[in-house]
Design a protein around this ligand. Structure first.
Ligand code: CP
Ligand code: NVA
Length: 307
């Protein structure tokens, strides 16, 4: 793996290897180990959109590994306006050891990767959020779920996070059901690729049917960053897809409820569920840090022995 742009870049074994490295890094950090395998190395962070979790966990992650981060807002470097993505990638490659980017168009992160001579990590595009999906399935494995035997219900928009979660979930052997209103299904290219690889994926309009017997219910905002103009239309379209206590009641008694955050409380998820006993959203958020440390260490060629 030279770059990490999509969860489709991961094989099942590749993901499981990253989970083991994540567990080791998390354990060592919590045990007080403070080795610096990436001392003297720098990660550039390009953000065209706002972020709490991704920015903090990438920056803290490289710092915990002994390196440094340079944060660049899209506006500040004029990505695609002042300078093209290929030129930004070529220049940054002369100074830094890796690039993480949160972009509007997935094509931008692909262009960065094509022209960079250092690894590029996708920190969310309009098509994928692979670091999120990796943290999510690490969180589920940490909880002791059998990833190959579980049933995961995605309820809501077939968006960027959905693409990454259902691709990685199917790759790990989970049975996936997506419930969404017509017109908001995951991209057919993602659906076809999952099915071509033998993944178990069902798409329905019925949220309660998707939730029935689920081990995991996952939801995300109805209006993603960049779609603000569609907000009213989306709120109407998704009104029957709220993850509330009624929906959770259809799932297995020990169901785990996931959300990548930030949440629009009272829209796609109620306070009672988000803050309730089934919710593991803060574990997901915490594990962004540990899993991305594993990704950074792997891509930048550091050794766990030095941690
Ligand atoms: N889940 C996630 O990526 O959060 P941020 O948008 O705050 O980075
Ligand atoms: N789907 C959301 C995820 C944010 C982490 C968005 O793209 O805004």
């Amino acid at each position: 793996m030279r770059h990490f742009l999509t969860s489709a870049d991961l094989t099942r074994d590749g993901a499981l290897t990253l989970f083991q490295l994540t567990a080791d890094l998390k354990h060592r950090w919590k045990a007080g180990r403070r080795g610096a395998p990436l001392a003297g190395r720098t990660l550039a962070l390009i953000f065209e959109k706002p972020s709490l979790r991704t920015r903090v966990t990438l920056e803290v992650g490289i710092i915990q590994l002994g390196g440094r981060a340079v944060y660049l807002s899209g506006a500040e470097i004029g990505l695609g306006t002042r300078e093209s993505a290929p030129d930004v990638a070529r220049n940054l490659s002369r100074w830094v050891d890796g690039i993480a980017a949160r972009v509007y168009a997935h094509a931008t992160v692909e262009a960065l990767a094509r022209h960079a001579t250092v690894p590029v990590i996708n920190g969310l595009s309009d098509f994928e959020h692979p670091c999120q999906a990796l943290a999510d399935f690490f969180t589920l494995s940490e909880r002791g779920l059998d990833l190959g035997a579980m049933r995961l219900a995605w309820i809501g928009d077939g968006n960027n996070v959905c693409h990454s979660v259902i691709q990685l979930g199917a790759r790990l052997g989970a049975s996936i059901v997506v419930a969404c209103p017509p017109g908001y299904e995951p991209d057919p290219r993602v659906v076809d690729a999952i099915r071509r690889h033998g993944g178990r994926l069902e798409i329905t309009e019925d949220a309660s049917r998707a939730a029935a017997g689920a081990d995991v219910i996952y939801t995300d905002v109805w209006t993603s960053m960049g779609q603000e103009a569609e907000r009213a239309r989306r709120q109407e379209a998704f009104s029957r897809y709220q993850v509330n206590e009624t929906i959770v009641g259809f799932a297995k008694p020990a169901v785990l409820v996931m959300h990548c955050l930030p949440a629009h409380r009272g829209e796609e998820i109620t306070d009672a569920v988000l803050d309730g006993p089934h919710s593991i959203v803060l574990d997901q958020a915490e594990n962004r840090l540990h899993v991305q440390k594993a990704v950074i260490l792997t891509l930048l060629g550091g050794s766990l022995d030095d941690v």
